[in-house]
Design a binder for this molecule. Structure first.
Ligand SMILES: Nc1nc2c(c(=O)[nH]1)N[C@H]1C(S)=C(S)[C@@H](COP(=O)(O)OP(=O)(O)OC[C@H]3O[C@@H](n4cnc5c(N)ncnc54)[C@H](O)[C@@H]3O)O[C@H]1N2
Ligand code: MOO
Length: 415
């Protein structure tokens, strides 16, 4: 097999993403599930509405339903009855009369307008109630028309739509109790390194806690995929190979962190060459250069760098779009870069696109941003305390304070 380590120009982030997207195809297996379980799932087929929403003309306000043409200045209308939400009003309404109505109640036949109760003067005699409108209403005012929200037969969502909370409400509003969704993508993860100890245990000299597996699993949960945690492994080629084989057998995708750089104990890459293929390695971004993409039989492989911030940035920026495509999600209209004035100088060397970690806020004359201390890719606090990336182009060098820079507010994976 050809060795992808042979020197070649590093891909830009855009090239890497386009190449990965061009190689992967979405899942097709689907499952039916109750609406209450469907949040963040991806629709396997379009959803059409079988009903009008609202299903009938109804009052948008508490007040009086009437014919707008009956309202003449100084002439009262007799209140002929009461229309309540959930109860049909079947009596004919004589000319010159109105009906007391509550929000959501069906409009009585022949009436076209609702006048809010605050805009009428109510008079009561022993025999009847009358109203005097304080304003001449516009015909159709405060009436919600049948089908004005959703018309019967309309497509409410396309296949590939990922269901958000409001979408669940909308599906309920058209009477849908079960939806056909794509099965969740299964993503196996593991950490490896002799220096790593799981949180909760005491920390021997020269060791650090395994944080990557935790942040990667948390981000993947936000993305709505199934996480298969293969644990924490030593720098032992056999153990790592076993984990690769397990991941290949169980999951659609295997994501590792560490071991993709050039160190002696970087077994991940060696085993990947043995069991599958590396499609590319190294992307011109900082942090995150030693990122690998490949395939192990039917399982896609993403090798994230070990440095914790590099692992987070590559998962967020490079892997996220690919997992979304694999999950069957239609990805359109993504958030783009904003401009902000940077309050602090920024250090950078030309060569790689930089994702510095920043904090942005609304200033008096536009967005402002600053970095929060050191930008080492080993410092998780630099990203945990941030709310955006400051994205510096590949060729850019250091910048003085006061420059306008591009920022990318964090997606929901990091918020
Ligand atoms: N001579 C070179 N050295 C390095 C290069 C290079 O191009 N030439 N690249 C550097 C860059 S950039 C990065 S990023 C790292 C990535 O290296 P690896 O992906 O091979 O990862 P490791 O060397 O195993 O670990 C790097 C760093 O991350 C810590 N780590 C690893 N796993 C975890 C975990 N699960 N939780 C928390 N921290 C973890 C590990 O202890 C190391 O400190 O390589 C540079 N070197
Ligand atoms: O990806 Mo490395 O973290 O640039 O230092």
């Amino acid at each position: 097999m050809q060795d992808a380590r042979a020197p070649k120009p590093m891909l830009s982030a855009e090239q890497a993403i386009l190449q990965m997207l061009s190689e992967v195809a979405p899942l097709t297996q689907c499952v039916s599930m109750p609406l209450t379980d469907a949040l963040d799932k991806v629709l396997a087929q379009p959803v059409l509405s079988n009903i009008n929403v609202p299903g009938y003309d109804n009052a948008a306000m508490d007040g009086y339903a009437l014919r707008a043409s009956d309202v003449k200045p100084g002439q009262p209308l007799t209140v002929a009855g009461l229309a309540l939400a959930g109860h049909a009003y079947t009596e004919p309404v004589p000319a010159g009369s109105c009906v007391r109505i509550t929000t959501g109640a069906v409009m009585p036949l022949g009436l076209d307008t609702v006048v809010m109760q605050e805009q009428v003067k109510l008079t009561q005699t022993d025999l009847q109630q009358q109203i005097l409108c304080q304003l001449v209403p516009v015909s159709g005012e405060h009436v919600r028309r049948a089908g004005e929200d959703i018309a019967s037969g309309a497509e409410v969502f396309a296949a590939g739509h990922k269901l958000r909370p409001a979408d669940i409400g909308l599906l309920a509003s058209i009477g849908i109790a079960n939806v056909k969704v794509l099965r969740q993508l299964e993503v196996a993860i593991f950490s490896s390194g002799d220096e790593l100890v799981p949180p909760g245990q005491s920390l021997p000299e020269g060791h650090i806690y395994d944080s990557n597996r935790y942040v990667i699993a948390a981000m993947l949960k936000r993305l709505g995929v199934q996480v298969i945690d293969l644990g924490l492994l030593p720098d032992d080629p056999q153990a790592i190979e076993q984990a690769f084989l397990q991941g290949m057998a169980k999951a659609d995708v295997l994501i590792t962190s560490a071991g993709v750089s050039v160190g002696e104990a970087d077994y991940t890459r060696q085993i990947l060459y043995k069991l599958g293929q590396i499609n590319f390695w190294q992307v011109a971004i900082k942090p995150g250069k030693p990122f690998a993409f490949g395939k192990l039989n039917n399982c896609w492989f993403f090798g994230l760098p070990g440095n914790p911030v590099a692992a987070v940035v590559t998962l967020d920026q490079l892997v996220q779009p690919v997992l979304r495509k694999l999950s069957g999600e239609n990805v359109v209209g993504e958030v783009k870069l904003l401009s902000a004035e940077c309050e602090v100088p920024l250090k950078k060397q030309p060569g790689r696109m930089d994702y510095q970690r920043g904090w942005y806020w609304q200033g008096e004359s536009g967005l402002k941003v600053k970095t929060l201390g050191a930008q080492s890719s080993g410092m998780l606090s630099s990203i945990a305390n941030a709310n955006c990336y400051i994205v510096l182009p590949r060729d850019s060098g250091s910048l003085p304070a006061g420059e306008i820079v591009s920022i990318l507010p964090f997606s929901n994976l990091l918020r």
